[in-house]
Design a protein around this ligand. Structure first.
Ligand SMILES: Cc1ncc(COP(=O)(O)O)c(C=O)c1O
Length: 382
């Protein structure tokens, strides 16, 4: 049996005619950059995220960059974030000449540990970027509390978490900004790169609209330096069409995650499944921990099962950040997670026999391929 990590063709088969119609409409209009399709997509994503404004941009990476630019963050400034994330989070900070200041994760959720943030706030700190990793929001109450005390801007990196909720609030709606990615493997993926920023602040929204078009308003008059961060109409039309299905897909991911939990329990495997501590985890990834992670991954690959490690090297140990002078051991939970975590297929179209096959293959690895492994699964939960 084959179980890929993600099967976009399976999803496309269910929505082919809608996507073709959306693409055809843009082709007929020959209006490719911004315009009515982008406006429509922005309105739909803003409503979906309980925010009053949304600004379509070229990617999740550019969404983060544009928010930092809107806050005039640059050389001499510090921005607090997690070292256990996709590169774009820290990269956006460094690209502007600001310094990423890392705070370790809570090992049960893999999200930034709010209790450790205050100690990292300095006179230079301008912002906090919590990342809602794997589709579960970070603990926003204590994060906003520290931010409010020190007058810091909060940019939610919600690239993996569109539609997730914390205490009933949607991802992107709690901080000053929320950044989404429409990278094809995201829960709401485009047919290429794309992203969106949401905010409840009209002034910030206006500034972002200017920044995404080279800082020009009116056209050819530049008060500030921006970039080409525009979302194109084809991507916007596709995202709008797919958004109608997002809640069903999320339900499918949640169902599969619960099924894994049950199957692991039934198989009597010492796997403690991912910790869900918020109202709505959208399971962009379903991640387990195992000490012999690389061996398990190789075993699953032989069985035709796709897995991925998000992420094998925490940010403070990336070569490009060596200048920060942070040594191994500085963020032990992020470093342990980078060695022990592996994501299993959880996309909505995975069938029950496929889920059973994945769990059976893991059981086989624990029981037969590596008897010494029994008991080596460590808890991904509190
Ligand atoms: C946590 C996180 N932040 C930022 C990004 C960047 O998004 P994009 O690939 O759309 O630039 C991604 C996605 O790849 C991500 O997972």
């Amino acid at each position: 049996m084959n179980v890929p990590l993600l099967d976009l063709k399976a999803q496309y088969a269910t929505i082919k005619s809608e996507i073709e119609a959306a693409v055809a409409e843009v082709m007929e209009s020959q209006h490719f950059i911004l315009g009515p399709k982008v406006d429509q997509c922005e309105k739909a994503v803003a409503a979906y995220s309980s925010c009053s404004h949304a600004i379509g941009v070229s990617s999740g990476s550019d969404a983060l960059l544009a928010c930092l630019m809107a806050e005039n963050i640059g050389s001499g400034d510090e921005v607090i974030t997690t070292p256990y994330t996709f590169f774009a989070t820290a990269g956006a900070i460094a690209r502007l000449g600001a310094t990423p200041v890392f705070v370790d994760i809570d090992p049960s959720t893999y999200n930034i540990n709010p209790a450790q943030i205050a100690a990292k706030v300095s006179k230079k700190t301008k912002a906090i970027i919590p990342v809602h990793l794997y589709g579960q929001m970070a603990e926003m109450d204590p994060i906003m509390q520290v931010a409010n005390e020190h007058k810091l801007v909060v940019i939610e990196d919600a690239a993996q978490a569109i539609g997730a909720e914390y205490k009933g609030h949607r991802a992107g709606s709690i901080g000053h900004y929320g950044c989404f990615s429409f990278f094809p493997s995201k829960n709401l993926g485009a047919a290429g790169d794309g992203g969106m920023i949401v905010t409840n602040d009209a002034q910030r929204a206006e500034k972002l609209r200017i920044i995404r078009g080279h800082g020009s308003k009116p056209k050819y008059y530049h008060k500030i330096v921006g970039g080409n961060f525009r979302l194109d109409a084809l991507q916007a039309a596709i995202v709008t069409a797919k958004l109608r299905h997002l809640d069903d897909w999320t339900a499918g991911r949640q169902r599969n995650a619960r099924k894994y939990d049950d199957l692991f329990a039934q198989a009597n495997l010492p796997v403690v499944t991912p910790s869900v501590v918020t109202n709505r985890h959208i399971f962009n990834q379903y991640v387990i921990r195992v000490q012999s992670r690389n061996e398990l991954q190789a075993h699953l690959q032989k069985k035709g099962i796709g897995t991925e490690v998000y992420y094998p090297v925490p940010m403070h140990l990336q070569e490009c950040f060596a200048y920060l002078g942070t040594k191994a051991g500085a963020f032990p939970e992020s470093e342990r997670a980078a060695k022990e975590t592996v994501a299993l297929p959880v996309y909505p179209e995975v069938s029950e026999p496929q889920l059973q096959y994945v769990v059976e293959s893991i059981r086989e690895f624990v029981g037969e391929a590596a008897p010494a492994m029994a008991g080596s699964f460590s808890a991904a939960t509190k």
